[in-house]
Design a binder for this molecule. Sequence first.
Ligand SMILES: [Zn+2]
Length: 85
Amino acid sequence: MGAADLFNSARVTSFVRSAAHNAEVGGAAGSKHLRGEAADIVFPGSPSSWPMARVRAAVQRAGLRLRDERYQTRGTGAHLHIETV
Ligand SMILES: [Zn+2]
């Protein structure tokens, strides 16, 4: 998967949430989504096939923190949760 394909295939599934929506999707209390400081991203295919090394490098270049290097299943289903530092 090339760099362009990596990000063309990424889909942001959650960004800013209201308190009600955060509760509805099972988000953590005090979630950074409440302040628009987190995003959830999914890629096509099984999470075990996601291009994690490339994602990690891109996230670090952008100055963000990748909270879980694999994926989380809490809340909106399997996704990468990234947060601003
Ligand atoms: Zn999240």
